[in-house]
Design a protein around this ligand. Structure first.
Ligand code: 5GP
Length: 191
């Protein structure tokens, strides 16, 4: 019997809003959900693993994937750093019946919704306010003064787009925000 193709869950937010922590917990708790590993030209942070967190690509490799039509969507930001969703990974998971979870910035989330339509839900995770976002980014310790500024600038633009998504979840309390996201995803996966 043919396997019913899995659907798509997209989590988006400005960096620092807590979406990656939420995404990782969902992946731990829902066996039928797998992560779409993106390609990026940014260097790995300490502890990040090639093929698990990202495929870390040179600019040349990234350009080749673009030419070959390997990206469903891609975006360039932060001093020319590029991020993109790899088609072959996503398709092979879905064909096996897995649901695929995406952790992408807002333009990518809009593109994915356009591609997958009703097979897709989009969730926007919002930090309670910009100051909290800035504090979280600083305490993460991954940003230079310059990339911190760029991320905050971009965050302002991203927050203005929150209404484009199916659900907006405010992350003022992690456990509460997570419980809300989990319940939305469970309902979607069982519908
Ligand atoms: P970071 O450098 O913090 O890992 O990621 C920066 C931003 O890029 C985050 O908002 C992350 O979700 C987003 N991102 C990661 N992969 C992709 C992708 O494949 N496509 C798009 N559009 N954004 C991505």
């Amino acid at each position: 019997m043919a396997v019913k193709p899995g659907k798509v869950v997209v989590i988006t937010a400005p960096s620092g809003a807590g979406k990656t922590t939420i995404a990782k917990k969902l992946l731990n708790e829902i066996p039928k959900l797998v992560f779409s590993v993106s390609g990026t030209t940014r260097p790995p942070r300490s502890g990040e693993v090639h093929g698990k967190d990202y495929y870390f690509l040179s600019r040349k490799e990234f350009d080749r994937y673009i030419e070959e039509g390997e990206f469903i969507e891609w975006e360039e930001f932060y001093n020319g750093t590029r991020y993109g969703t790899l088609r072959s990974d996503v398709e092979s998971h879905r064909e096996k019946g897995y649901f695929v979870l995406f952790d992408v910035e807002v333009n990518g989330a809009v593109s994915l919704k356009n591609v997958f339509g009703s097979d897709c839900i989009t969730l926007f995770i919002k930090a309670p306010d910009l100051q909290t976002l800035e504090n979280r980014l600083k305490s993460r310790g991954t940003e230079s003064e310059q990339t911190l500024e760029l991320r905050l600038e971009r965050a302002k633009m991203e927050i203005e787009q929150a209404q484009k998504f199916d659900y907006v979840v405010v992350n003022d309390d992690f456990e509460k925000a997570y419980a809300r996201v989990k319940s939305i995803v469970d309902t979607f996966m069982n519908s």
